[in-house]
Design a protein around this ligand. Structure first.
Ligand code: 1PR
Length: 548
């Protein structure tokens, strides 16, 4: 099989990229030292996280000059995410660290006045100019396709500037900001999005690069107008995973977090299927992301043998959309007594194919400490350490709140909302109490305190569950979503209560949620992900059309 060289300098999820390369018929050779770069015919530079951190790693490792020489020699080069950013002159993310400067321009942070930052989700990379009816494809890109982006900094698109220098540019629009989604010239092609996480559309791009089809060409795509419609509504499938009473690893699903069958004390753990098979099924149905929550953490085996790692490895062979894993992401003491810091735990998950880790209970402790210290960062929490190393887009905080009803706001110190759904004694207000240990322990801490604290600590996204709604099929708690969205700028994923496609529509129309997640309705086969997305599209909401 033909080979491609890949530079692995800071962990991150390179497994998915390797799987994607193999899927399109190539094998990977690793670049382990700078001298290996000259042996590469085709070179891929993936990158995640912080611009300065990445570029200093390349520089300290002695890679910058060999990369520059490779590019200048005319051999094929593909940069992904920070691999694209590295080609520019620099980034506002780290003013002290220069880029390679092969393309003029700098990265700037997206404005967050009217939108969530980071920009996470599926957006275009369109080569169509305004009003142009030319159907162009740069390195397999299609104006009708959507690609997975996850970043806070981007190169603003200035019409004609890069084109004048011979670059072909594909752009995306986020809010009213148009930015560079991909750029190519001669032997160089680079994407701000992750092709290895962009389903069939992304695999097509990787294949075009590896086959040597880097150039812009006219393609016949029927029915294409100017596709410049921005970020799609994200639909996520979530798999709660645990061992059942027979010791098998199963996808389960609770009712308000109780995962045992009803009828008598100690009913069996619900078994709704096998995690890897179900993840593939949801990918094939068009899920925009798949989330695995290890709801019991399997803490009685060594970390290296944690079954969730193998689930991710296997799932990443067939699932080419982002995968998040949660449960047990914290500093741990392994079975041999060795202390393993949270960022090393996270690193094992990233290496196994996860793109993001989701932190639950540990985030509550970190947030309580943050408030207790007068809103001061300690620099030592799992959220801070993981986001520093891998970027805040890699850190999700999963919140498990529960309603606490009060008659009047003065009856509590916590932030209350006036609710349309009064409490059992007619109480007209409630606050959302944070819980830990899968909802078993309530804390004197509310959801807004938690959300604002974890945003300050460096989380990139919030997975907002709701114990009252979980498994009820009664729709998302829109009041909760609005309460949290109102408090933070980072993206929020609405979770708990989805029972049919119209619940997703309600969440997207009546709140500014960035994504919506379903579990039970998919697992029980009541609806497919595709049905949800078709319904949203039929109601005028933009979704990514699944490409087979
Ligand atoms: O505390 O960092 O070890 O993380 C534990 C993780 O496991 C947390 O993300 C926590 O939410 C999750 N978890 C713990 N116990 C349970 C349980 O169900 N007994 N599951 C649990 C949380 C909620 C969602 C569910 C949605 C949608 N499950 O994941 O998928 O509510 O369900 P629906 O659409 O069927 O209503 P840590």
């Amino acid at each position: 099989m033909p080979t491609v060289h890949l530079l692995d300098y800071v962990a991150g999820n390179v497994r998915s990229l390797v799987n994607a390369i193999e899927k399109v018929g190539f094998t990977v050779e690793w670049i382990k030292e700078p001298a290996d770069v000259s042996k590469a015919e085709k070179l891929i530079l993936p990158g995640v996280g912080h611009f300065g951190h990445c570029l200093s790693q390349f520089s300290a490792g002695g890679y910058l000059e060999p990369i520059r020489t490779h590019i200048q020699s005319g051999k094929p080069f593909l940069g992904i995410c920070v691999g694209l950013q590295a080609l520019f002159e620099g980034s506002d993310e780290d003013l002290a660290i220069p880029g390679l400067g092969l393309i003029p321009g700098r990265l700037q942070k997206f404005g967050d006045e009217d939108k969530s930052v980071p920009h996470i989700g599926w957006n275009s990379a369109s080569t169509l100019g305004e009003g142009s009816l030319r159907r162009k494809s740069l390195c397999g890109l299609r104006p009708t396709s959507k690609y997975y982006y996850v970043h806070s900094y981007a190169v603003a698109y200035r019409k004609g500037e890069l084109e004048k220098l011979g670059w072909s540019v594909a752009t995306a629009t986020y809010g009213d900001e148009e930015f560079v989604g991909a750029v190519g010239k001669d032997n160089v092609f680079a994407t701000q999005f992750h092709p290895e996480k962009s389903g069939v559309a992304g695999l097509r791009v990787i294949k075009a690069f590896l086959d040597g089809n880097l150039q812009t060409e006219l393609v016949d795509i029927p029915g294409v107008a100017t596709v410049r419609d921005g970020l799609t509504r994200r639909v996520i499938a979530c798999l709660d995973v645990r061992t059942n009473d027979e010791g098998d690893l199963v996808v389960t699903k609770g009712d308000q977090y109780d995962v045992r069958e009803k009828g008598g004390v100690g009913g069996k753990v619900r078994n709704l299927g096998k995690p890897v098979d179900m993840a593939r099924k949801y990918y094939e149905q068009g899920a925009d992301e798949v989330t695995f929550l290890n709801i019991t953490s399997f803490r009685n085996c060594p970390l290296a043998d944690t079954p969730m790692l193998e689930i991710l490895r296997q799932a990443s062979e067939t699932v080419f959309v982002p995968m998040t894993v949660g449960g047990g992401i914290r500093d741990i003491v392994d079975t041999d007594g060795k202390r393993i810091p949270a960022q090393d735990v996270a690193a094992m998950y990233f290496k196994s194919g996860a793109d993001k880790v989701s932190i639950g209970s540990d985030a509550v402790t970190a947030a309580e400490d943050y408030f207790a210290a007068g809103k001061k960062l300690s620099g030592a929490t799992a959220i801070e350490n993981i986001s520093r190393a891998y970027g805040n887009q890699a850190v999700v905080v999963s919140i498990d709140p529960r309603r606490v009803y009060v008659s009047r706001p003065e009856d509590t110190n916590h932030h209350t909302i006036k609710t349309k759904f009064p409490g059992p004694n007619g109480e007209g207000y409630c606050w959302y109490q944070c819980t830990v240990r899968g909802g078993r322990e309530g804390r004197d801490f509310d959801v807004r305190q938690l959300a604002t604290a974890v945003e300050a600590l460096g989380a990139g996204e919030i997975l907002l569950n709701c114990i009252d709604r979980d498994g009820t099929n009664s729709g998302f708690d829109l009041e909760l979503i609005n309460d949290v969205k109102d408090a933070v700028k980072i993206p929020v994923i609405a979770s708990s209560g989805a029972g049919n496609p119209s619940h997703f529509k309600e969440a997207f129309i009546n709140t500014s949620t960035d994504a919506a997640l379903g579990a039970g309705m998919f697992h029980r086969g009541e609806y497919t992900v595709k049905q949800v997305k078709d319904y949203l599209a039929g109601n005028g909401l933009l979704v990514r059309q699944h490409e087979a």
